[in-house]
Design a protein around this ligand. Structure first.
Ligand code: B3K
Ligand code: ZN
Length: 896
């Protein structure tokens, strides 16, 4: 770092160890909203493993320099500049004391120290600590911390930081203090403090080795009645990590704090997790089943980071997936276990389906556009732009593949070795891979390519059955789509792809599997290891011509190409023993039909729905042997965004027409079945957020949503009106409101208006519910008379709208731009103009949030020519005016 630093590209290959190490940090905060003084005392020494440097260069941003001392004497050879502090000609080992100040009240970026509803919070990952004090703000500098907080006792009765409380007391002038000590070495990105008027739900538990721990969930006083579920989720997470990985909570106290102004979901600061209120607060009246499940997943995720992220952290930010991919995998496994026990495969499958749907819709799209990058990126301009679907979700798939290859026990051995080797260290993805390889006696050199190659691999499958010899050969070829950025990179080599396969006989039952060369058959699902560009696997003793069930449980993050007929897909949907592939067959069938219809809609040809799809969906709906949650997933059509991405030229309007046509067709053809399903899945009595009850509500509300599509939606309006008023939970109330709004163009107009008004008045004091109110309107279908953009622009002027609150901005702006494709991509370009305005407005307030919104246009080259041109113009406008490095990186990459 130097004072001449301009936004430059940071490259993985340039990594060098830090010239200095900081063993201990002592921080003293005098908290005041507009002028917080921070004194930082650092024990510094030259790093024996690095090239010697005469000067110490510390990072710092937006800080006022007050003074510096070395070993107790004031030191003059210090230069404060825009990017930090240069301390010249320092000794080999010394104590450095720095005093500076910042302005939390004016900090709208929500990175560093900021004020939200009068309380103080911090967010340091990735590079926020340097906005609090000068430091070697990089993850490979690990230190122990003591922190003293001083503040006005009335304004800030609660003072929290990482670790254990070791002292507290009163000070003159109505102030008080608290001193915290974190015994574990940590990088600066895990530092946190919270100060303000908060209350806690508390619980004491005893961990597996018999130690007592204090658990706290801190919230604003009004929200104490919404903390039970987060606390339960935390306890379940602690128990699960003990059971599954033998990992115990290390600190005596573990705290979760909720804050309503937060850039992302939550943050795993050591012992003091800070959460977006959205992922903490829930009671039946305010939170849906999906909210309850998300809270459980995010509480688990942040808790699991305590070992995968905090105890073992990243050497540099290129290794982000080391902690994020692994921790997402762990939270996915946790949620699956919570929804069906560790062993119930059918129940686990619904979680798997939901995760894969997100991966395919979001990560595959990212991989096909200008932000495509490997799980371990090679370069970045702004690291906050690389908290991506690829690093998180594809990273989790990469971790899952180790488990698929080695089994749960082999994976556990790898994890044990990883902690044995690296506890307390800052390491790399290679270190993790080596632990997995060594623990399982495998050479995983080829597996590195999963970390270094961008793009979504395609596996093309052909089969050949020799009836006379009873042999079935399966040929797998791997590559990347023609013209994709990945295919153009000639450095790419074949991946090791665990490809799970089954063979299904004519009666629908799995056939026993025996590969050529094996002495006997074993099992009905086999994980083939594809390591070459093309490889043939031959199964012997295959009594009948089989139908292959490919990539069972989605065993690798790839696209599978195989020429199934519609009848074969319907057969798989009805019979495959792999629940994931049953769902997959239905999705393929629906996607095929929807894309054919979208192509006709694009050229204004008449549409007609294929009976095969109606029959297949009807069978699923009526199949009582399938769980309601599985049926709900199987009967949901692929999203408009996903479908548009599958077209040669994305045409959101045509996709919308086609998908609506199919929804109406399914609604009409299966009307009596939907009505039966509605009644059969009512959940009378007190609300329970269990997976079973949520499954019933999900299927019932899907039925209601289909019924709301009918040209004469009287049934839906009657059911939804009654459901809206009688609901004892948010899942049912929001679903009823949504159905009424859907039906609004028909008979539901007045009822929808009334319900929407009632909803606002009823929940005016619940910001998270008002977010839903904004979001429901932003994702509403528009009409020619009133396109949704008009509603959105009107809502921007609503007194409850606030651009500075990220949840509110997301509920209105992001919902419209990202979750309402047909309206956002309006032919007149009105959506793009709105997008550009809002990206620029956010750019000046909160660059991280602005950059997320900026990504919404990155796939512009794939759209129809008229839309493409309008999108480019909007991107150019933003590129010409945006100031932040965050937004500039996104739009410049999009236009390049
Ligand atoms: N580690 C944080 C994300 C920080 C994002 C910084 N822009 C939350 C998580 O993944 O658990
Ligand atoms: Zn994480």
């Amino acid at each position: 770092m130097s004072d001449t630093a301009t936004p430059t590209v940071i490259r993985r290959e340039d990594y060098a160890p830090p010239a200095f190490l900081i063993d201990a940090v002592d921080l003293e905060f005098d908290l005041a909203p507009e002028h917080t003084v921070v004194k930082s005392t650092l024990r510094v020494r030259r790093n024996p493993a690095a090239k010697p440097a005469p000067h110490l260069e510390l990072m710092g941003e937006q800080l006022e320099f007050i003074g510096a001392q070395i070993d107790g004497n004031s030191y003059e050879n210090v230069r404060a500049h825009e990017h930090g502090l240069t301390i010249e000609n320092v000794p080999d080992a010394f104590t450095l004391a720095l005093t500076g100040a910042c302005n939390p009240e004016a900090n709208t970026t929500l990175s560093g120290l900021y004020v939200s509803s009068g309380n103080f919070f911090t967010q340091c990952e990735a590079e926020g600590f340097r906005r609090i004090t000068w430091f070697l703000d990089r993850p490979d500098v690990m230190s122990t911390y003591t922190v003293t907080l001083r503040a006005d006792k009335t304004a800030c009765p609660v003072l929290l930081s990482n670790g254990n409380l070791i002292e507290a007391g009163d000070l003159p002038d109505g102030r008080h203090y608290a001193k915290w000590e974190d015994p574990f070495r940590k990088p600066s990105y895990l530092f946190a403090l919270v100060a303000g008027k908060l209350v806690a739900l508390e619980e004491r538990i005893t961990t597996s080795s018999g130690k007592e721990k204090l658990l706290q969930v801190w919230v604003e006083p009004n929200d104490l009645d919404k903390t039970r579920h987060a606390m339960d989720s935390l306890i379940h997470s602690i128990r699960w990590d003990e059971r599954r990985f033998g990992l115990e909570l290390d600190l005596d106290r573990f705290m979760i704090v909720a804050v309503s102004d937060f850039n992302m979901g939550a943050m795993e600061n050591k012992g003091l997790n800070i959460f977006n209120t959205k992922y903490v607060l829930a009671n039946p009246e305010t939170a849906t089943d999906v909210d309850f499940a998300n809270i459980e997943a995010v509480v688990g995720h942040e808790y699991f980071h305590n070992w995968t992220g905090n105890r073992v952290t990243c050497r540099d930010w290129f290794q982000l997936s080391l902690k994020e991919g692994l921790t997402v995998f762990r939270d996915q496994e946790f949620s699956a276990a919570m929804s069906g026990g560790d062993e119930n495969e059918a129940a686990r499958a619904t979680k798997r389906i939901e995760d894969v749907r997100v991966l395919r819709q979001m990560q595959f799209a990212e991989d096909a556009g200008p932000m495509a990058h490997p799980v371990r990126p090679e370069s970045y301009v702004e690291i906050n732009n690389f908290y991506t679907m690829t690093v998180y979700e594809k990273g989790a798939e990469v971790v899952r593949m180790y488990q698929t290859l080695f089994g749960r026990d082999g994976f556990r051995k790898g994890m044990d070795l990883y902690f044995q080797r690296h506890d307390g260290q800052a390491v790399t993805c290679d270190d993790f891979r080596r632990a997995m390889a060594d623990a399982n006696g495998r050479d995983l050199a080829q597996f590195e390519r999963w970390y270094s190659q961008a793009g979504t691999p395609r596996v093309t499958v052909t089969t050949h059955y020799d009836a006379a010899a009873k042999r079935c050969s399966v040929t797998l070829s791997q590559g990347y789509a023609n013209g994709s950025p990945a295919a153009r990179d000639t450095q790419k080599g074949a991946l090791l792809i665990p490809f799970a396969i089954g063979l299904i006989g004519p009666d629908g039952a799995d056939l026993p599997l025996r590969l050529e060369g094996e002495s006997s058959s074993s099992g009905t699902t086999r994980v083939l290891e594809l390591t070459e560009t093309q490889q043939t696997f031959t199964f012997v003793d295959v009594a009948h011509k089989p139908l292959p069930s490919l990539l069972r449980n989605f065993s690798a993050p790839v696209i599978v190409e195989y020429d199934y007929s519609n009848d074969e897909l319907a057969f798989l949907l009805a019979h495959d023993s792999d629940p994931f592939n049953r769902w997959e067959a239905g999705q393929r069938l629906a996607t095929r039909e929807l894309l054919a219809l979208a192509a006709r809609a694009a050229t204004r040809q008449p549409l007609a729905i294929n009976d095969a799809l109606i029959n297949a969906f009807g069978r699923v709906l009526n199949d009582a042997s399938l769980s309601p949650s599985f049926r709900e997933l199987a009967l949901m059509l692929p999203s408009e965004t996903y479908l548009a991405e599958q077209m040669a030229e994305s045409n959101p309007a045509a996709v919308h027409t086609a998908r609506q046509f199919v929804r109406k067709g399914l609604a009409a053809a299966l009307k009596s079945e939907w009505l039966v399903a509605y009644d059969a899945n009512l959940t009378p009595g007190a609300y329970e957020p269990t997976p079973e009850a949520a499954g019933h509500r999900g299927l019932k509300n899907l039925a209601l949503s289909y019924l709301s599509e009918l040209d004469a939606p009287a049934d839906a309006v009657r059911l939804a009106t009654a459901q809206y008023s009688a609901a004892n939970n948010m899942t049912d109330r929001a679903a009823a409101l949504s159905a009424l709004m859907n039906a609004a163009s028909g008979a539901g107009g007045d009822q929808a208006k009334q319900a929407l008004e009632d909803f606002y008045v009823r929940f005016e004091k619940e910001p998270l519910v008002i977010d839903k109110w904004f979001s429901l309107q932003a994702t509403q279908r528009g009409t020619a008379q009133r396109p949704t953009i008009e509603t959105v622009r009107a809502l921007m002027r609503h007194p409850a709208f606030n651009l500075k609150n990220p949840n509110r901005a997301r509920s209105l702006i992001f919902s419209f731009c990202a979750a309402n494709p047909a309206q956002f991509h309006a032919a007149d370009g009105s959506g793009y103009a709105f997008w550009a305005e809002q990206v620029l407005a956010l750019d000046a307030i909160n660059p991280q949030v602005a950059a997320r919104l900026a990504r919404n246009l990155e796939l512009w080259r794939r759209f129809t020519p008229a839309l493409r041109d309008a999108m480019r113009a909007a991107l150019e406008q933003v590129a010409a005016q945006a100031k932040s490095r965050d937004v500039r990186e996104i739009v410049e990459k999009a236009l390049a």
